[in-house]
Design a protein around this ligand. Structure first.
Ligand code: FES
Length: 322
């Protein structure tokens, strides 16, 4: 079986699949070579083992601790990647992953006091780091607050019995759950919160709320997983984008990336890594000023022809797109 794309050179075999909750599955993968990664990182998966559909998923396993490389995936109705991974892929199948990527990790954090905050499927890098801290920093003081919709949605339910965790359920909270959502009161009840390194992962509005609240409580070391990029609302002024085919005009605020402007205006574009690595978001600019922070997957000819990676393209004025 040949590699679908040089961006996903790691072939892994599905050893088993475990259903975590009604809509989340964990795929345990065997990699026959040593696969280097850090706790909390993610990788691109070649969806359908094809070259042109890459999606990013957190590696929910923990280096040096987990027996398998694992991906924990929520099935989303119109999610090409999640439908494939949770419905079509079977035990024994091979799938292809990229190198591990991302800076959301605890392994270089000097502080030994942590507050890990997760919501929904955002718990995947949090669990990866929680296991790592237990093994490699057993002296660390680690508090975890995990928000879910209802008690049946606790991902890694059995494993959480090994670690102190506060489970917060929005609906139907039963014994062992705090009822409601993450609140300032709950955060204030964490001992010495200001001295902790806070790491959070979840939907964008949740992470925004966390950031605001913990900074108000004096936290200075704050990290969030940028992988869940919010899609901003479309705007009617600012930089003007003219798309030639199909003809369309739209706007984005000064300071936006081309990818953000396209996504917020529902202009079709693929994105996986959002960091100029995977090449998914290749877009042709016909005219206008811009700067780029990555051209990693583009050939010299493509750059000369005006191709950019939309996630790494920072418009400096109005742009015309092919
Ligand atoms: S989304 Fe991967 S390079 Fe832009």
């Amino acid at each position: 079986m040949t590699m679908p794309t040089p961006q996903c050179p790691w072939r892994m075999q599905v050893h088993h699949i475990h259903q975590e909750t009604p809509d989340v599955w964990t795929l345990s993968l065997l990699c026959h070579d040593y696969y280097p990664y850090r706790p909390g990182q993610h990788a691109l998966v070649s969806v359908g083992n094809s070259a042109d559909t890459l999606r990013a998923y957190t590696l929910s396993s923990t280096p040096g601790v987990s027996e398998y490389i694992t991906l924990t995936v929520r099935r989303i109705d119109d999610g090409t990647g999640s439908q494939w991974l949770t419905r079509d892929v079977k035990r024994g199948d091979y799938i292809w992953l990229s190198d591990a990527m991302g800076e959301f990790t605890c392994d270089n954090e000097p502080n030994d006091r942590f507050l890990l905050l997760a919501a929904g499927c955002g718990v995947t890098p949090i669990m990866s780091m929680r296991r790592w801290l237990a093994k490699y920093r057993p002296q660390a003081d680690v508090q975890v607050i995990f928000n879910i919709r209802s008690p049946q949605d606790v991902i890694f339910a059995d494993e959480w019995r090994n670690y102190p965790v506060t489970l917060v359920a929005e609906n139907n909270a039963t014994h062992g759950f705090v009822s409601g959502r993450l609140s300032r009161e709950l955060l204030q009840s964490v001992p010495d919160i200001a001295s902790r390194t806070v790491m959070t992962c979840g939907p964008a509005p949740y992470m925004e709320m966390v950031e605001k609240e913990v900074k108000a409580l004096g936290v200075t070391r704050f990290f969030k997983e940028k992988f869940f990029t919010p899609v901003a609302d479309a705007v009617n002024s600012g930089l003007k984008f003219t798309k030639l085919q199909p003809a369309q005009e739209f706007y984005g605020p000064v300071g936006t990336t081309l990818l953000e402007a396209m996504e917020s205006n529902k202009v079709p574009v693929q994105a996986a890594c959002r960091a100029g690595v995977c090449g998914c978001c290749k877009t042709k600019v016909v005219s206008g000023d811009y700067t780029v922070t990555s051209t990693m997957t583009l050939s010299e000819q493509e750059i000369a022809d005006g191709y950019v990676l939309a996630c790494s393209c920072h418009p400096q004025g109005d742009l015309v797109l092919a």
